[in-house]
Design a protein around this ligand. Structure first.
Ligand code: IMP
Length: 202
């Protein structure tokens, strides 16, 4: 039995305004006052876990320790099983272009396509969501969406590796879908469903 969230305030352990906005919308029905770790000037811990779940827990535990509030954190990325699960937890740094030292997904997607070569193109996105309480209790859930990676890339919507990914049962890439369509089936939506069912509903 999971622990229910029964507080008035929650800190979202992310400095990414887009993520905080998305989470604000998802949690609106529960009447929670949300703060971001940027607003509360919380530190960004080193994410040195071996899994998405471990890294989400590092972030949620750090934020609850520093703020004294219950904290929600996420960690996400893309995995290609045929080549050992890369880029996996390294999905963000994998896309850093060594020429500019900047994150560049055109570069990252081309690099990943080269690494896949003739190997199987099945892939999945993962999102781990972790809720940590000041007394040390933690609830963590993982969402996934399975599909395959195509080349050449298609679509301008979304972010990151979206233009390369087609979810099973669909024809459009995440880069071609509109936001609502993607949000209905994404790894993040799957993880949110699980955490809301377990911790935000009585
Ligand atoms: P983080 O969870 O903010 O560290 O993001 C990890 C990285 O995974 C992002 O920079 C993207 O490269 C990738 N990623 C995570 N979710 C998505 C998604 O929904 N679409 C495309 N790329 C994603």
């Amino acid at each position: 039995m999971s622990r229910l969230f029964d507080e008035k305030k929650l800190v979202v352990a992310s400095h990414n305004e887009g993520k905080v906005r998305e989470i604000r919308i998802l949690l609106a029905p529960f009447g929670v006052e949300l703060f971001s770790s940027k607003e509360l000037e919380l530190s960004e811990p080193i994410e040195d876990g071996d899994t998405f779940i471990a890294n989400a827990e590092i972030k949620s535990k750090n934020a609850t320790k520093e703020s004294g509030l219950v904290a929600l954190a996420d960690d996400s990325g893309l995995a290609v099983p045929s080549i050992g699960g890369i880029p996996g937890i390294h999905s963000a740094p994998y896309a850093i272009n060594p020429e500019t030292n900047e994150r560049d997904f055109a570069y990252g997607m081309a690099k990943l396509n080269d690494e896949i070569g003739d190997n199987d193109r099945a892939a999945y996105f993962v999102c781990a969501l972790s809720l940590a309480w000041p007394d040390g209790h933690v609830e963590t859930f993982e969402g996934r969406v399975y599909g395959r990676l195509i080349w050449p890339i298609r679509g301008e919507n979304g972010f990151g590796y979206d233009p390369m990914f087609i979810a099973d049962g669909y024809d459009q890439t995440f880069g071609e879908m509109d936001a609502e369509e993607k949000h209905a089936i994404s790894h993040r939506a799957d993880a949110f469903k699980k955490i809301i069912d377990a911790c935000f509903k009585s």
